[in-house]
Design a binder for this molecule. Structure first.
Ligand SMILES: Cc1cc2nc3c(=O)[nH]c(=O)nc-3n(C[C@H](O)[C@H](O)[C@H](O)COP(=O)(O)O)c2cc1C
Length: 408
């Protein structure tokens, strides 16, 4: 694991709500991401999910009793939180939020909250929509925010009680993003970032078309890395199999023309600081399209597919009077450095990320080279999220130092 995907120790507090079962999955995801997890449960939480489930998933006995410490000096209520890189409470019940907001320490978890010092702390509320709307709960949540606690969610939707509204705990995948964001420096707070991702699909007829092997994973990783650093993120994406990214505004498109329109609309709507063109935009589209399905006639020779050139979204964006800081991506098949250098100049962008398409498309990891007017910097094969974090760190440094953002 490199510095940009660092293993951490998470103290995961689970309080008494029906969403406690989702925290089993959160535990699994945290462990899968390389972190260690110590679960602490309230007595209420243990009514919903057996501690043994969390023990099996985290590989550690659950701590649930203030008076039964595993530490020789009996100080689990201090030691557990001192050892942690983050305190995460999911689900955070109305009761737990109230106790935390008022500094009450009447069981192990609430005592750990009071003893937390300055470690990053996140609470993921989960409750019935009327409970979430309750004035006392609102006051407690605002007090906790004021105390520096990150309140993640809740989401809106159907609830276990049959009612519909705000109060659902965030999904475990989204909470994983939230937890890992706690450790990222906020270099892009107040910045607006627009990212394109995925392939395009260029329809030929009602059922056929041209596309490519881009999975969208690099664009998703960039959206996540930008959001983690505090940016307001819009992601314009061609067809992918990926779930909408937490924290980013997703605009789903299909073709290069639609992607171009969506990009210009986003740029027109709000002043944008950074544009990252990670999508694998089809270079060509069928010159003629059919709204129905082109029929195969027995004995007839196959039809000829004539192509026309798609617009260059990156070059167009870089040429706008209000151009953001533009970062291009080049997926090359060979001669990576030479081709990517030429592409940077052709597009007129200050920074270009070059990688080898066949060794990148669809994979969880990639290796790339960052090219600017001064030279190039090779990044080793790493998970795409780690690469995205390095790229965003590099871009943030350039934003802070205007001489580094010269496209020449
Ligand atoms: C079936 C059931 C479901 C509950 N779901 C929630 C919930 O989703 N959120 C919540 O804040 N409280 C919920 N409660 C109430 C809490 O469990 C109760 O307030 C408890 O005292 C919380 O204690 P704790 O915060 O120490 O875990 C539920 C209670 C029951 C019986």
């Amino acid at each position: 694991m490199g510095a940009h995907v660092q293993a951490r120790h998470v103290l995961l507090g689970v309080s008494g709500g029906i969403a406690a079962y989702k925290s089993c999955e959160l535990t699994r995801l945290l462990v899968k991401a390389g972190h260690t997890v110590q679960v602490v449960m309230t007595a209420g939480a243990a009514r919903f999910v057996a501690p043994l489930s969390f023990q099996a998933l985290s590989g550690r006995a659950v701590a649930d009793d203030l008076w039964t410490s595993r530490a020789a000096d009996g100080m689990d209520h201090i030691d557990l939180v001192r050892a942690a890189d983050a305190l995460v409470i999911a689900p955070a019940s109305a009761n737990l939020l109230g106790r935390a907001a008022h500094g009450l320490a009447d069981d192990l978890l609430s005592t750990l909250v009071v003893a937390r010092g300055d470690i990053p702390t996140l609470m993921a509320p989960a409750m019935n929509q009327a409970m979430w709307a309750n004035a006392a709960v609102r006051r407690n949540v605002e007090a906790l925010r004021g105390d520096g606690v990150r309140i993640a969610g809740p989401a809106s939707g159907p609830q276990a009680c049959g009612e519909v509204g705000a109060g659902r705990m965030l999904e475990p995948e989204d909470l994983l993003w939230e937890v890992e964001a706690l450790w990222q420096p906020k270099r892009l707070t107040g910045r607006r970032v627009l990212i394109t991702a995925g392939p395009t699909f260029e329809a030929w007829d009602a059922v056929r078309g041209l596309s490519n092997r881009s999975s969208g994973k690099m664009g998703w990783a960039l959206a996540r890395a930008a959001w983690e650093q505090g940016a307001d993120v819009t992601l314009v994406a061609g067809p992918t199999a990926l779930a909408p990214p937490w924290g980013a505004r997703l605009i789903a498109v299909e073709s290069a023309l639609q992607m171009r329109d969506a990009v210009h609309e986003a740029l027109d709507r709000a002043a944008t600081d950074i544009f990252i063109a990670a999508a694998a935009v089809g270079d060509w589209r069928p010159a003629q399209t059919s709204s129905g399905k082109i029929k195969k006639q027995p004995g007839e020779s196959p039809p000829t597919l004539t192509l026309q050139t798609n617009p260059d979204i990156l070059a167009e964006t870089a040429a706008r009077a209000d151009a953001p800081f533009c970062v291009g991506f080049a997926a090359e098949a060979e001669e990576l450095l030479a081709n990517a250098r030429a592409k940077r100049l052709r597009k007129g962008v200050p920074l270009l990320v070059g990688n080898l398409g066949p060794q990148t498309f669809g994979r969880e990891d990639s290796a790339c080279v960052l090219i600017d007017a001064e030279g190039h910097r090779e990044l080793p094969r790493l998970p795409k999220l780690a690469l995205a974090r390095i790229i965003l760190e590099d871009v943030a440094a350039r934003m802070a130092s205007p001489t580094l953002s010269d496209p020449s």
